[in-house]
Each structure stands twice: as C-alpha cells, then as structure tokens.
Design a protein around this ligand. Structure first.
Ligand code: NDP
Ligand code: GUE
Length: 298
C-alpha cells in the first residue's frame, strides 16, 4: 500500500487566500493594515528557513512585515528592550521571537515580556493557559497546522482517534497534545524517557512526530493505515546533490512510512507551509482582537 500524500502546500495556500481576503476587508472597512514583527537572534538553520519564507508571504497577504535579525551575541537586555518597543508600536499586531534563543538568553523571560495580545506564537503563559482550558485565543501555529492537516486527512472529525505525539516541547509537542485532546482524541505523549517508543507509536491511528531527530520514526513504527504528521525540519548532508549540499528531511523515514501509512505529510511541503499560514491568520486575529473588532472567519 502507498499512503495518500497530505498536501500541506495546497492547504496552506487556501488558508492564505482566506487571510488575504480578511486583510483586504480590514483595509477597506477599518483602514487597518495588520503588521507582523519577527525577531531572529543568531543562526539556527531551521529558523532561517522559516524567516525567509515568512516575510515574503506576510507581504503577499497584504500585511506589513518587520524583520529584526540580531547577532548571536545580542544581550538579553537588548532583546527585552526590542520586545518592549514592539509591544508599544501600534503598527505591530503580532510579535514572533524565533526559538531556540542563544544559551545566554532566558527564553522564559523573553516570552513573558511579549504582550499576550500580540503573541501570535501562542507561547505566553496566558495563551498557553487558554489552550489548557479549551478556550479560544492565539493558538501556536505549528500545532494548529498539524491539527488542520490531520482533520483534513481523517474526514474532518478526530473524535475518539488514538493519537500519539512524539515530543513534548513547549513549542510543538505539548500544545499539539492539548489541541488534539480538545478535538476529543485519546492522546499519548511520548518523549525521551518513554519506554518502548516504537510500540507506542505503532498503537497510533494518528502519529505526530516532533522530536528533531532526522528520520527517527521507521516504517515498522507505523500502524498500517495510520495518519502520520511529520513536524521535523532537519537539514542533512546530500552528497548525491553535490559536495557540501544539504536537503530537508523530517523526523519520519518517509520512504519506509509511505508504504505503511494511510496518509502522510511530506517534508518539505507538509507542516512547514501550514505553520506560516497559521501565523498569518493569527496576526489577523490579534489585529482584530486588540481593537475589539469581530474576528473574520478564515
Ligand atoms: N514544521 C514546522 O513548522 C516546525 C518544525 N519544527 C521542527 O520540529 C522538530 C521538533 O521541534 P521542537 O519541538 O522545537 O524540538 P525540541 O528539541 O524542543 O523538543 C524535542 C522533543 O523530542 C523529544 N525527544 C528527543 N529525542 C528523543 C528520542 N530519542 N526519543 C523520544 N523523544 C525524544 C524530547 O524529549 P524530552 O522532553 O524528554 O527531552 C523533546 O520533548 C524539529 O525538527 C524542529 O525543527 C519546529 C517548529 C516548527
Ligand atoms: N518561536 C518560534 N516559532 C516557530 O514556529 C518556530 C521557531 N520559533 N523556530 C524555528 C521553527 C521552525 N519553523 C519552521 C516553519 C516553517 C518552515 C517552512 O516553511 N518549511 C517549508 C519550506 C522548506 C524549504 O524552504 O525548503 C516546508 O517544510 O515545506 C520551516 C520551519 C518554525 N519554527
């Protein structure tokens, strides 16, 4: 059997169309142009891919994009001062500080400094708490993208689905697990201390892999017919493309899993494009909520 490919690129393009429509309406009706500020400190490779794609798509949707690239050695004080400036800037509706931050910067402090109303990454405790409570708000983009793709692949309703989430980071694994619970899945969270990870994965009807380990999930970890959402963005050497060249692979050994799964996201072209589209949608949500405007359907 060969799995159906879940086309994240196409699903993301549809969401961006909806965002563009919402932005056009805000411009016409409210003379409002939502703005997104992205802060990148240092040189994390996955973050650089993200930043490059994001600025262009923000503008294509009709919004303003503000990019702040800071050197690796930027002090915590300077970064916090920039966040304060962005909090106070009326043109900025969304603020995203790329993770991971360099080791000398306290990530928690930075996340806490972001105005929760502008926290389009959904990482501030106030927004994270809303997910725990199952209340609407600014939802983290990658987890939101995972849920949208899983829903589309599994007939629109995830109620009662046995889901396994591999990874429990604040950015991806934990919020994915919570969102899936809110969708009425039965969720198992698997991490580096879990026992017999392969067997746990094999029990999943829906498997979300977010570990940051290239191709860790093998074909025989996948239940036949399962839906596999591969969040991993890993750059690995690709000598077949020439000396020093690299390519992107996920956390799933795609060539093996595609033979077993019912549906699977590719890397690239799966969760990545959805992350950006959800970020753009969140920027519109933040722009409206901050001004007490109704949030358009997207
Ligand atoms: N497509 C997209 O839009 C995005 C992709 N990513 C990608 O997703 C991946 C995960 O990102 P992120 O969550 O930030 O990564 P983190 O490194 O923050 O977290 C990794 C998680 O995986 C767990 N883990 C690591 N190794 C193992 C192992 N051998 N067995 C079981 N569990 C393990 C860790 O467990 P423990 O908690 O026990 O340490 C941890 O919970 C990365 O490849 C990243 O680049 C990230 C964000 C967006
Ligand atoms: N605060 C914070 N929030 C994040 O959401 C966040 C972060 N920090 N740090 C880095 C990771 C990584 N990440 C990506 C998002 C999209 C693509 C993406 O667009 N990928 C495309 C393009 C790949 C390519 O260019 O070849 C794809 O997978 O098809 C990649 C990576 C978000 N992250």
């Amino acid at each position: 059997m060969t799995a159906t490919l879940i086309d994240g690129k196409a699903r993301a393009a549809r969401l961006r169309e909806a965002v563009s429509g919402a932005v056009a309406a805000l411009k016409a009706d409210e003379a409002l142009t939502p703005g997104l500020a992205v802060v990148l400190v240092g040189e994390d490779p996955a973050s650089k891919v993200y930043v490059a794609n994001k600025a262009r798509q923000t503008e294509e949707c009709g919004m303003r994009s503000f990019e702040h690239r800071l050197p690796e050695e930027t002090s915590e004080t300077d970064l916090l001062a920039l966040v304060e400036r962005l909090n106070a800037d009326p043109q900025v509706d969304g603020i995203l500080v790329q993770m991971p931050l360099p080791g000398h910067i306290d990530t928690d402090k930075v996340v806490l400094a972001i105005d929760p109303a502008k926290d389009v990454d959904g990482l501030h405790p106030q927004n994270a708490g809303r997910i725990v409570l199952g209340k609407p708000g600014l939802v983290p983009c990658t987890p939101q993208g995972c849920v949208l793709l899983a829903k589309e692949a599994m007939g629109g309703d995830l109620s009662g689905v046995n889901a396994v989430v591999l990874g429990r980071s604040i950015l991806v694994g934990k919020p994915v697990a919570l969102l899936l619970q809110n969708e009425n899945c039965t969720v198992t969270m698997v991490h580096s201390r879990s026992r017999d990870i392969a067997a746990l994965c094999r029990s999943a009807d829906l498997l979300v892999a977010a570990v940051g380990r290239p191709q860790m999930v093998r074909g025989d970890w996948v239940k036949p017919g399962a839906t596999v959402i591969d969040v991993g963005i890993n750059r690995v050497p690709a000598p077949e493309k020439g000396e020093g060249k690299t390519r992107l692979v996920g956390d799933v050994a795609f060539d093996e899993a595609v033979e077993v799964a019912g549906a699977i996201t590719p890397v690239p072209g799966g969760v990545g494009p959805m992350t950006i589209a959800c970020l753009l949608a969140n920027t519109v949500v933040a722009a409206c909520q901050r001004r007490g405007l109704a949030v358009p359907a997207m």
